[in-house]
Write a protein that binds this ligand. Structure first.
Ligand code: 1CP
Length: 341
């Protein structure tokens, strides 16, 4: 019997949707915090295959999710291209910035990425061996726009202002950065698939700030190129795209890009997404992650509502965004029980 996630991605409507959660390996779990302390810092955890594989497996052991997502970060790719990367505890990522053609030209060529990223592929190989036979292994990368927002600003930004400013001031350099990331992402995800990833997901966390033609040029087109490039090398590879906060632009996203599944954030209703997005195929989402902090009857009611809304088509149950460090691990168990019954 084929794995449930792969069946949903192939367009099958299942009586009980498969489940996993964005950021399921993370700080809400005491066993994660212990392993992170053992590794010393976040990047050491990402680049030590035994430890990265271990934290990937933690939520699978605890909850029996239908998919495991490789433990890594979208910012490892810019680091592999030569950007400096470090994490400030309690604040988040910091990178050396790219704001000029000269800085862009000083990055490494895409073929150099595998030297830095080899430990990530080793983590995937370990997981392909260690995961339960019914669990699907998901690899991932950031989408070019989202990764570029961090490379240009040197950090996370509420409105992606620096990236929009470069796009306006020097579109040639901006587009060349998007191109480099597009090509490097095809190679990076392809290497994850060769190491054993069965599905890949493209996280465009900041897609919502691209409007009009910019959304076409810097969210849709790069996703289409990446998906076409991957499927040319790996026929039949299922791809999940997450153009977060795309709103109306979720409609038709799968058709245009060739994605097998679109992940939906919780700023749109499940009922709307079922009517307008799920008609093109599998969708993933979209429980509000704050419910895993607050819990109670509302968590159960909303879990059931999301499940019901998507029950007439292919659906992978997930959150609208990552689970937060404040979430109660017991609430995750309650959410799963409300779905599996
Ligand atoms: O202190 C810690 O332990 C670090 C917290 C953390 C974790 C657990 C970061 C730093 N990254 C990760 C892992 C991670 N990141 C995964 C793997 C596993 C899983 O999902 O279980 C994945 C898929 C990501 C993807 C990622 N990293 C995204 C896209 C998804 C999203 O949440 O929107 C983004 C934007 C990042 C950048 C990043 N890395 C870490 C942080 C805190 C951030 C966000 C920075 C910001 O903009 O404020």
């Amino acid at each position: 019997m084929t794995k449930t996630i792969l069946r949903a991605l192939a367009g099958e409507t299942l009586p009980v949707p498969p489940i996993w959660m964005m950021r399921q390996a993370g700080r809400y779990l005491p066993e994660y915090r212990a392993m992170r302390a053992k590794a010393g810092d976040f990047l050491s955890l990402c680049y030590t295959p035994d430890l990265a594989a271990e934290v990937t497996l933690q939520p699978i052991r605890r909850y029996g999710f239908d998919a495991a997502i490789l433990f890594a970060d979208i910012l490892l790719l810019p680091q592999a291209l030569g950007a400096d990367l470090w994490f400030v505890t309690g604040e988040g990522p910091r990178l050396s910035t790219i704001t000029t053609a000269a800085e862009l030209a000083a990055l490494k060529p895409k073929d150099a990425i595998h030297e830095t990223l080899a430990p990530v592929y080793e983590t995937v190989r370990i997981l392909a061996q260690e995961l339960p036979k019914d669990t699907t292994l998901i690899g991932f990368a950031g989408a070019p726009w989202t990764v570029a927002t961090y490379m240009i600003a040197g950090r996370g930004t509420p409105d992606q202002g620096p990236a929009h400013a470069l796009k306006a001031a020097d579109r040639t350099t901006f587009a060349a950065l998007i191109d480099l990331l597009t090509e490097a992402t095809i190679d990076y995800l392809s290497a994850q698939v060769e190491a054993g990833a069965e599905v890949v997901k493209l996280f465009d966390s900041w897609a919502g700030s691209l409007k009009g033609a910019d959304f076409d040029d810097f969210a849709l087109k790069p996703a289409k190129r990446i998906i076409e490039g991957l499927k040319a090398r790996h026929p039949g590879l299922p791809v999940i795209a997450f153009p977060r906060e795309a709103g109306e632009r979720y409609v038709g996203f799968a058709k245009v890009t060739g994605a097998d599944c679109v992940a939906i954030d919780n700023s749109v209703s499940a009922e709307w997404a079922a009517a307008n997005v799920q008609r093109d195929g599998c969708v993933q989402g979209n429980l509000d992650p704050s419910l895993l902090v607050t819990g109670g009857d509302k968590l159960i009611a909303e879990t059931r509502r999301v499940r019901e809304a998507f029950a007439n088509g292919p659906h992978i149950f997930n959150l609208g965004h990552g689970i937060t460090p404040e979430a109660d691990p017991e609430n995750v168990a309650r959410m799963i029980a409300a779905i599996r019954g």
